[in-house]
Ligand binder design. Structure first.
Ligand SMILES: NC(=O)c1ccc[n+]([C@@H]2O[C@H](COP(=O)([O-])OP(=O)(O)OC[C@H]3O[C@@H](n4cnc5c(N)ncnc54)[C@H](O)[C@@H]3O)[C@@H](O)[C@H]2O)c1
Ligand SMILES: C[C@@H](O)[C@H](N)C(=O)O
Length: 328
């Protein structure tokens, strides 16, 4: 069974690591300190020479979160260490800093972003910076700034410099009125969190820039991602990672969702492979710009039963967090 295989892989990694630790003629261009304006896309100061046979030059924003370091590792294997730049606003740990290029980049600083893209001849951008669902509800103005204003900066930079742009969306972009089991790629999306709303906005803006300006925008709706060696950044699905750490360290786990809350999940390696696959897919093979991806769904209670097969003495209590439960 997929769930058992994936959980087994996760657990064995944890046990091995005791630290657990459509072509258009115009693109939007911004002048610094001036309102956005339009110029022709063949303006020579923005031309990028990138052929499909070259290795892309990659920038990952928000790269120090749960997913970015793993993505950099995968991309560096494929395209070479120095062709993949991780960026974030946080200080990188030693193992990240000494394993490939890292650069400070605040996605709210448009000029700095442009400098990085130009100076490093970036051709592909993976936009991972975001405030996740629970953190976003705790600070709506910041979530709005990072997830919406930051995205606008990314879209403009990508369109100006003819980048291939990947922006992850999420199961959080669905809402209580969306159809389930399975949710189709195209359906009603009325989420009730700032995170979900910002991700629907990202999907729509990316698709609009694609049709309006020819931006090569690609997007996958990720489920909750399970990883062994990186910590989640404050979402509803975090419990499905935390349980492994707590089970191994303390033999106890306090779950912040109700025991029967079923949510879609995916193992990180599968998520990152899907991300690379969609970025490498020939443009002609994409019938849409935003797709769902899925692997498995389970509830906390089902996960507890699986973990108990490996750690039978695990003690679990349920203390429901109303904010997370409302999102789930
Ligand atoms: N992890 C999941 O389960 C999951 C599921 C669905 C979608 N996603 C999406 O995948 C992407 C990566 O997720 P993650 O789990 O690694 O997130 P995370 O919360 O772990 O990391 C996000 C990173 O963004 C950075 N950031 C915050 N503000 C910034 C700013 N102003 N400028 C630059 N960076 C900034 C943070 O420092 C952090 O390192 C996000 O867009 C998220 O919405 C993740
Ligand atoms: C589902 C996903 O977007 C993230 N892990 C969250 O719960 O916020």
């Amino acid at each position: 069974m997929a769930i058992v295989k994936n959980l087994g892989r996760t657990l064995s990694q944890l046990l091995q690591s005791p630290g657990c630790g459509c072509q258009t003629s115009i693109v939007p261009v911004r002048c610094i300190g001036v309102s956005p304006r339009q110029v022709t896309s063949d303006a020579s100061f923005h031309s990028v020479s990138f052929s499909e046979t070259d290795h892309p030059r990659v920038l990952i924003t928000g790269g120090l979160g749960q997913l970015g370091v793993g993505l950099a590792k995968l991309l560096r294997k494929r395209f070479g260490r120095n062709n993949v730049i991780l960026s974030d606003i946080r200080k990188p740990p030693d193992d990240v800093f000494y394993n490939g290029p890292f650069i400070y980049s605040d996605i709210l600083d448009y000029k700095n972003l442009r400098e990085i893209v130009v100076n490093n001849r970036i051709t592909w951008l993976f936009h991972y910076s975001a405030l996740l669902s629970a953190v976003g509800e705790a600070n709506v103005p910041l979530a709005r700034a990072v997830n919406i204003t930051g995205l606008h900066n990314i879209l403009d930079i990508a369109a100006e410099h003819s980048l291939r742009l990947f922006v992850p969306s999420t199961i959080g972009a669905f809402g209580p009125t969306s159809p389930r089991n399975p949710a189709p790629d195209l359906c009603i999306q009325r989420p009730r969190t700032i995170y979900g709303v910002s991700k629907v906005h990202a999907e729509l803006m990316g698709e609009y820039y694609h049709y309006r300006y020819g931006l090569d925008f690609r997007c996958l709706r990720y489920p909750g991602i399970i990883s062994a060696d990186s910590q989640p950044g404050g979402g509803t699905t975090d419990y499905a990672v935390q349980i492994f750490h707590d089970a191994i360290k303390n033999g106890k786990f306090q779950c912040n969702l109700k025991s029967d809350t079923r949510l879609p999940m995916m193992y990180i390696d599968d998520c990152l492979k899907a991300t690379l696959d969609v970025m490498e897919a020939p443009a002609a093979s994409l019938s849409m710009r935003t797709y769902n991806i899925s692997a498995m769904s389970f509830s906390p209670e089902e996960l507890v039963q699986e973990v108990k097969k490996h750690i039978p003495e695990l003690q679990v209590t349920y203390t429901v967090d109303a904010v997370r439960q409302a999102i789930g």
